[in-house]
Design a binder for this molecule. Structure first.
Ligand SMILES: [Zn+2]
Length: 306
C-alpha cells in the first residue's frame, strides 16, 4: 500500500465519525469511505487516490523546504502553488538576497554602469553575488557598451556609477496567504477534522481558495530572528483573549481560531492587532500546550473523543 492510500484509509473513518458527531454524515455521498480535501472540503472516494486526484501536499511548500504531510486535492494543491506559494518563494529569495544568504535561483535584475543599462539575472551565493546579463533581453550594442564601461571602471577604480537593482515581482499579501495556508494544513494534520470543521475556520478556507483577494486580517507575523527550521504548534490558553492555535513555521507566526470555537477569526485578529510590534514580531508571552509537529496526519482531537 502506498503512502497516499494509507493516509486515505487512516483519514476516511475518522472523517465519517466526526461528521456523525456533528450531525453532518448525510453530506457524505454514500456509505463508502471518503476523504475530504481539507482546503475545499470536497469529498473524494478511494478511486481518487489511484487517479492522482488526491495528492501529497508539502508543508510548507516543497520549494520552501517543506515535507510531505497530508493529502489535498490536486486542484487545490496546484492552484495554491500558482496563486500563493510562488509569491512566498519569490519573497523568500528576495529577502535571502538582501540578507546576503544564498538563493536557490536567479532573480531578474537591472545592471547599470555609467549611462548603460543591461537586463539580466542576479543570484546570491552566500559569499557574494553572481550577476549575468541575459543577451536575449538586451541590444548587443548595449551589452558591448556596458562591458566597456565596466572595464573602464575596473581600470580606473572609479566604481561609483556601477549598481544593480533586483526586480522581484511578488505580492506580499499573496505570500502571506501561502504561510497561513501552510499553518492551516499543519493544524489540520495535528488536530484533525473536528478542528477544521468548526465554523470559525470557514474564513480561513475562504482566504486560501484559488483567486482569493488575500484580504487577511492581521493574523500573521514575521520575526527574522527565529530559526528558519522552527516548526511549532501551540494551543494557546493564556492570555485568554488570545485563545487560539498558534503555528510557527520558520520566521512566520500564524494565529488560527482555537479548537473550542470560543472566538471568531475577526475577534481573534482584533485581540492580536494591538499587540504586534512594528516589525510584526510577537512581543508577548503565550502559554499553552505544545502539539508535536506532524509528519503525517495525526488527528489528535478526533481520536481523543469517543
Ligand atoms: Zn481541494
Amino acid at each position: 500500500m502506498n503512502k497516499r492510500e494509507r493516509w486515505f484509509n487512516e483519514g476516511a473513518p475518522l472523517l465519517r465519525q466526526v461528521m456523525e458527531r456533528i450531525g453532518l454524515a448525510d453530506r457524505l455521498p454514500s456509505d463508502d469511505p471518503y476523504y475530504a480535501c481539507p482546503c475545499c472540503l470536497y469529498a473524494f472516494s478511494l478511486e481518487a487516490v489511484a487517479a492522482q486526484n488526491l495528492t501529497i501536499e508539502h508543508v510548507p511548500p516543497e520549494a520552501l523546504d517543506g515535507k510531505g504531510m497530508l493529502l489535498t486535492c490536486k486542484r487545490c494543491n496546484n492552484d495554491a502553488g500558482r496563486d500563493f506559494d510562488s509569491h512566498a518563494q519569490l519573497r523568500a529569495e528576495f529577502y535571502n538576497m538582501l540578507a546576503g544568504k544564498g538563493t536557490k535561483r536567479p532573480l531578474r535584475a537591472v545592471f547599470e554602469a555609467g549611462d548603460t543599462r543591461v537586463n539580466g539575472v542576479a543570484q546570491s551565493t552566500g559569499n557574494g553575488w553572481f550577476l549575468e546579463g541575459v543577451p536575449k533581453q538586451n541590444h548587443p550594442a548595449m551589452l558591448d557598451a556596458h562591458e566597456s564601461e565596466l572595464r573602464a571602471a575596473s581600470e580606473s577604480g572609479e566604481t561609483a556609477g556601477i549598481k544593480f537593482t533586483v526586480k522581484a515581482r511578488f505580492s506580499s499579501k499573496h505570500a502571506d496567504v501561502s504561510w497561513v495556508r501552510s499553518a492551516y494544513l499543519a493544524a489540520f494534520s495535528a488536530l484533525g477534522w473536528s478542528y477544521i470543521l468548526q465554523p470559525a475556520l470557514n474564513p480561513i478556507r475562504e482566504q486560501i481558495k484559488p483567486g482569493s483577494l488575500a484580504t487577511l486580517p492581521p493574523i500573521i507575523g514575521f520575526n527574522p530572528s527565529y530559526d528558519a527550521d522552527l516548526r511549532q504548534i501551540m494551543i494557546v490558553e493564556k492570555p485568554e483573549e488570545l485563545s487560539s492555535v498558534v503555528v510557527r513555521i520558520g520566521h512566520y507566526t500564524v494565529f488560527l481560531p482555537d479548537p473550542w470555537g470560543t472566538q471568531t477569526l475577526d475577534q481573534l485578529a482584533a485581540s492580536i492587532s494591538g499587540l504586534w510590534d512594528e516589525a510584526g514580531k510577537v512581543p508577548f508571552n503565550l502559554n499553552g500546550k505544545i502539539v508535536p509537529w506532524p509528519t503525517k496526519p495525526m488527528y489528535a482531537l478526533d481520536t481523543l473523543t469517543p
